[in-house]
Design a protein around this ligand. Structure first.
Ligand SMILES: [Zn+2]
Length: 272
């Protein structure tokens, strides 16, 4: 076996998905949302796995997930590596992330390619979300966690943390935000990073929203692919920037009226 051969060679569909991860990792860094090793990306690549990949041996010892995730039996994921930087993931995805296989007990995983890069410490919470998505038969394949500056800034204001206050504020800044983030923004009260409580709060809010704001920390989003998950964070962030621009000019933005918002819902056949 040639150890320098990448799993992506001769697999254009898989390479395309990893290229998307690299593209988005670059945007997260360029946007200033991914200082140091901040943020995570995990994508479900099971549908792109062939017999050759299924036969690949583990390249590192079997690891415990920390919980049992029954819907992930035999699933494969690409995950950012622990301690790795988004700006490096953008340039060298297979050196700063790895492909893992979930074992049949649904409680352990092994790294199969390209290098024994240990997945992110947030892996259990990302996998718990994927477990639910697979269980629901969802077409969603990607999860992102990142630190968007303006959205995190807004989370420092207590009145904004009430249910759907920010959703309506951000929707009202520019019509497309409601069209392209039609479920709005969920809120998860502050919890220790990496904690079970944070994962539980996230899971709960993701039942209703595609993007959730972690108080004083960042956002967690799910999407069809990593571009879709990023786009939803990006449109919310754009609205947050407009709001803050208005405030910095010394006035409270008027925002679209309720009638204009209703008109958007009707015209674009939106769920809310
Ligand atoms: Zn974070």
């Amino acid at each position: 076996m040639n150890s320098t051969k990448s799993i992506l060679e001769g697999r254009p569909a898989l390479k395309e998905e990893i290229d998307k991860v690299a593209e988005i990792a670059g945007y997260l860094w360029q946007n200033g949302w991914a200082e140091r090793n901040g943020g995570n990306i995990t994508i479900n690549i099971t549908q792109l796995v062939d017999d050759g990949i299924r036969k690949l041996p583990a390249i590192d010892e079997v690891k415990s997930i920390g919980e049992t995730l029954p819907h992930l039996k035999g699933c494969y994921f690409f995950c950012k590596g622990t301690g790795k930087r988004m700006r490096d993931l953008a340039r060298w995805p297979m050196k700063n992330g790895s492909v893992i296989r979930i074992l049949d007990d649904c409680a352990h995983y092994e790294i199969i390619a390209d290098q024994p890069v240990l997945p992110t410490s947030e892996l259990p919470s990302h996998l718990a979300v994927h477990n639910r998505l697979v269980g629901e038969g969802s077409a969603y394949k990607a999860t992102i966690h990142t630190h968007p500056i303006e959205l995190v800034a807004l989370s420092h204001h207590r009145p904004f943390l009430k249910k759907d206050v920010l959703t309506h504020l951000l929707w009202s800044m520019i019509p497309e935000t409601k069209a392209f983030c039609p479920l709005g923004l969920g809120i998860v009260p502050y919890q220790l990073p990496g904690s079970v409580e944070l994962a539980k709060g996230t899971m709960k809010e993701l039942e209703e929203y595609d993007v959730v704001l972690w108080e004083k920390h960042g956002v967690f989003a799910k999407g069809l692919d990593v571009l879709d998950a990023f786009d939803q964070i990006d449109v919310l962030s754009k609205s947050a920037k407009i709001y803050l621009e208005c405030k910095s000019m010394g006035f409270e933005p008027e925002g679209m009226s309720d009638a204009q918002m209703k008109e958007m819902t009707k015209a674009f056949n939106l769920p809310k």
